[in-house]
Design a protein around this ligand. Structure first.
Ligand code: SF4
Length: 105
């Protein structure tokens, strides 16, 4: 690899890494989903999984929460994290919606 190619490569690594870090910082600062948001209402999202209407969602179990959902993009210990169903906003790790899918393993 020539010096020019190495410099170009390193520039791409630095710029690419900065873009990823910036998007993560932005996601951490994203607002929380409100239960009254249109798609939250549609999916039956609640910020507190214990408040789910079991008559409406009989498959819901007490242990089901965003923090252990396969779609939750954060650590189980995070208070909130991203969910692809709510772009640009974060869901509570103690929340739940009808699209819940348990994490594998
Ligand atoms: S899909 Fe999973 S992480 Fe997203 S809101 Fe529903 S339960 Fe929470």
């Amino acid at each position: 690899m020539s010096i020019t190619n190495r410099r170009t490569f390193m520039l791409h690594v630095v710029v690419g890494g900065s873009a990823i870090a910036a998007s993560q910082v932005m996601a951490q600062g994203a607002p929380l989903v409100a239960e009254t948001d249109a798609n939250a209402v549609q999916l039956g999202y609640k910020t507190d999984s214990t408040k789910i209407d079991l008559k409406k969602y009989p498959a819901h179990k007490a242990a089901h929460a965003c923090g252990n959902c396969a779609l939750f993009q954060g650590k189980a210990t995070d208070a909130a994290g991203n969910c692809p169903l709510f772009a640009g906003k974060r869901v509570s790790s103690k929340g739940w919606c009808s699209a819940y899918a348990p994490k594998a393993g």
